[in-house]
Design a protein around this ligand. Structure first.
Ligand SMILES: [Fe+2]
Length: 414
């Protein structure tokens, strides 16, 4: 299910074109991304859109407003002459973590914001949509490069929140004893066919990171060399059947398989299986976007933490790949389901690449300040919007997190 590694958003600024063609293509890209957010939210009632099931998750209504605030704050206020902020209370409510952009509401209390209501957020979105369209049409040649650069960051930012909207509501629904269905027509991802087993990653000095034209986040830079050892990487993602064998062998009850922090999480959280798994009528079921479903043995394991991925690798006598090994294998076309199924934990800590510098100003807070205590995941998931994935993309979460569509690909040293 691998898809293009080039964003349709970024592809539109690479081809030569007239200024009017460029404006038309940005208008279309903006409309397309904004519509996708609403398409995802449309499966949800007003009540669904308010709920915040844990501090790490945000309400759908908040996501819809926050991505709008991003355009208002970083694009419209500095670059559209005469722009009027929709509501002076909103920047406090819908700023996420940008300290340089001003004070903000406490993240764990986003679910308490019943007002402004959903209709107010819809009006906010329409106000900003119209202003962005005016800016695209009116920006002069001198400002256009910076305006379109920020617009593009805003679109990729909104796509990230489109995925979070899905993972956050799934977490909320998983707390609901009635097992709500997000989309009755949802189908689970089908793992790629083909031979399983391991394949050698090209060893030696290999370059990773983003290079050339097209969009990337700053954390994918600079393009740089890494030393790849003699290592083999699994062609496929770890399956539910393989995970069931881990459970049945006592994987969750064997401290020697776990990192110390991981075992502490097992004990504190009572983990006995991946997130959302529950035994019902003698069989494992899991909460999905289509509601509660029997666990498919052939499907990829999802909703496992870094701690679980690492313990499973140890149980298997294997390792997790480093992000450089993963990227080298993906660039060489060696691995199935690199994209579109599950984010894949790597053994790489989320650190700056050699020479990385965050941008100045509030937008410099986007990635750089999170480069400690988290682990890198590679690829993309079933909830990642089309066109958002890249071979150099670096996702990152704290080791205990498992509400994302996070899975496992193994590696072995030779
Ligand atoms: Fe954000």
């Amino acid at each position: 299910m691998a898809r293009s590694a080039t964003s349709p958003v970024s592809r539109r600024i690479n081809a030569p074109r007239t200024p009017n063609e460029m404006r038309a293509q940005w208008r279309a890209a903006f409309a397309r991304v904004r519509a996708e957010t609403e398409r995802r939210a449309a499966h949800l009632s007003a009540e669904d859109q308010i709920v915040q099931s844990m501090a790490d998750a945000s309400p759908t209504k908040w996501h819809r407003a926050h991505v709008t605030w991003f355009f208002e704050t970083f694009l419209l206020v500095p670059h559209l002459p005469g722009y009027t902020i929709f509501d002076q209370r909103f920047p406090f409510l819908f700023n996420s973590y940008y300290v340089a952009a001003g004070p903000r509401h406490a993240r764990p209390q986003r679910g308490l914001i019943t007002r402004p209501n959903g209709d107010d957020v819809t009006a906010y979105r329409a106000h900003v949509d119209a202003a962005v369209a005016r800016l695209i049409d009116s920006v002069d040649a001198a400002d256009a490069p910076r305006v379109f650069e920020i617009l593009e960051i805003g679109l990729h930012h909104e796509q990230q929140h489109q995925e979070l909207l899905i993972t956050d509501i799934l977490h909320a629904f998983a707390q609901n004893p009635t097992d709500p269905v997000y989309d009755p027509d949802w189908l689970p991802p089908k793992p790629a066919a083909g031979p399983r087993g391991f394949v050698a990653v090209p060893p030696g000095i290999m370059a990773i990171g983003h290079e050339g034209p097209g969009f990337c986040f700053d954390n994918e830079l600079p393009f740089h060399d890494e030393l790849i050892p003699d290592v083999r990487i699994a062609r496929h993602l770890v399956s539910n059947a393989e995970w069931l064998a881990f459970i049945e062998a006592g994987g969750y009850a064997t401290p020697s398989l776990w990192l110390s922090d991981g075992w502490a999480a097992v004990e504190a959280e009572g983990w006995q299986a991946p997130g959302y798994w529950r035994e019902q009528d003698g069989a494992w079921h899991t909460m999905t976007l289509g509601g509660l479903k029997p666990v498919d043995p052939a499907g990829p394991v999802l909703h496992v933490s870094y701690y679980e991925a690492e313990a499973f690798a140890r149980f298997s006598g294997k390792h997790l790949p480093s992000e450089a090994e993963w990227e080298t294998a993906a660039r060489a076309g060696l691995i199935a389901d690199a994209f579109g199924v599950a984010w894949q934990w790597t053994r790489s800590a989320y650190l700056p690449y050699p020479g990385y510098r965050a941008a100045a100003g509030a937008l410099g807070e986007y990635n750089g300040k999170f480069m400690v205590s988290q682990m890198v995941l590679r690829g993309s998931s079933l909830a990642t919007p089309d066109g958002h994935e890249r071979v150099s993309y670096r996702n990152f979460f704290y080791p205990p997190a498992r509400w994302q569509f996070s899975g496992v690909r193994l590696a072995e040293f030779v």
